[in-house]
Design a binder for this molecule. Structure first.
Ligand SMILES: Nc1ncnc2c1ncn2[C@@H]1O[C@H](COP(=O)(O)OP(=O)(O)OP(=O)(O)O)[C@@H](O)[C@H]1O
Ligand SMILES: [Mg+2]
Length: 340
């Protein structure tokens, strides 16, 4: 593995500039705290979670809600695929004979589930991109049950975009089954320019190349502190070996990735023209909800619904002045037509 590897990092050695976050996360998890990692797309949520799991040296079940949005089925499949949950000491525990397909409530009361989980040694479950799980109410119910009865056996790490992760997990109201259970929230921030630049320098050094200061600053200005794009630049640079051409290639690929993502959203039927209208407004400057109402002409409900979707996608965030903005400069440029 290298700093510029484009897969999520799972080796802490290659997780750059997140020492404090990793240390905190490992501390929380080793005390069996449940943790939610929040952040926009390509910020490094999966990497941070996987590195923490590696550090804890315990096998974990990883469930990507974007691939499998049925929590129960996903958990079931993941456990089945795992075959067994191997733990640090090397003891193999047969995989949980749970058939979670059945109704949660009914199933949760079965002796099967209870005794199966009790028999296992402690393990982690990473729910990646939890905002895509369907049936959030049931998921929350199951989570609350697992929290109450299996806290010693299962620890959850949940990732998602800022407000988009099921609100019922982040901020459970009094009616929520998760109400009153302590879940630690960690927000993963983009890198500042000096971290981005030192990441670029460290990564290029690792691949035996040089990167002059002017180029590094230029790349940082284009790609902002988003580790995902900076890593993609580094990967391209390792092949192209010319910073300007590698940046051009990165922007070209970013455009392709973004347009593909937007296409899949449209295919999911999430109202792409309306999302685009909102993004268009935001691509010029951050805007308040009322200003967006004006500029799009949408009703309150439609706008709030679509902003919620954009947030779930990790594309739009709200700043401290209550203005919405596009998290990713590549997306903003793509939308405003600056990337051809
Ligand atoms: N701290 C880091 N050090 C080195 N590389 C990183 C770091 N954080 C992220 N990356 C790289 O950035 C890219 C995106 O990381 P990752 O997939 O972990 O982010 P994410 O927030 O889960 O993104 P997504 O929204 O696509 O799920 C990957 O190529 C990963 O290797
Ligand atoms: Mg991820």
């Amino acid at each position: 593995m290298k700093l510029f590897d484009t897969k999520p990092k799972s080796d802490p050695h290659f997780l750059y500039g997140r020492e404090k976050e990793l240390e905190n996360l490992v501390d929380y998890l080793s005390e069996k705290n449940w943790v939610i990692l929040l952040g926009p797309r390509r910020i490094g949520k999966t990497s941070l979670a996987e590195c923490a799991i590696t550090k804890l040296k315990q096998k974990a079940v990883i469930l990507d809600a974007r691939e499998n949005n049925n929590f129960v089925k996903g958990l079931n499949d993941a456990l089945a695929k795992e075959g067994s949950i191997s733990i640090k000491a090397g003891i193999k525990v047969p995989h949980l004979p749970i058939n979670l397909e059945i109704d949660y409530k009914k199933n949760l009361s079965t002796k099967n589930l209870n005794s199966a989980i009790k028999k296992t040694k402690h393990f982690f479950v990473l729910i990646d991109e939890a905002q895509w799980l369907k049936n959030p109410k049931k998921v929350v119910m199951l989570l609350a049950h697992l929290y109450d009865y299996y806290y010693e056996n299962i620890t959850f790490i949940i990732t998602g975009s800022m407000i988009g992760v099921m609100k019922s997990i982040i901020d459970p109201g009094a009616q929520s089954p998760l109400y009153g259970r302590a879940i630690t929230k960690m927000e993963i921030k983009r890198w500042g320019s000096s971290t981005s630049i030192s990441f670029l320098k460290a990564g290029t050094k690792e691949i035996g190349l040089d990167l002059d200061d002017k180029s590094a600053v230029n790349i940082e200005e284009h790609l902002d502190g988003l580790p995902g794009w900076l890593t993609l630049f580094g990967y391209n640079y390792s092949h192209i070996k010319n910073p300007n051409s590698a940046l051009t290639e990165t922007i070209k690929e970013a455009k392709k990735i973004i347009s593909q993502e937007l296409k899949s959203i449209a295919e999911l039927g999430i109202g792409s023209p309306r999302l685009l209208a909102i993004l268009k407004g935001l691509s010029k400057e951050p805007m308040r909800f009322v200003d967006l109402l004006d500029s799009t002409g949408f009703s309150n409900a439609v706008l709030s619904n679509h902003l919620n979707t954009l947030n779930k996608l990790g594309y739009v965030e709200k700043n401290e002045k209550d203005r919405y903005f596009i998290s990713d400069p590549m997306l903003a440029q793509f939308i405003s037509g600056k990337i051809e």
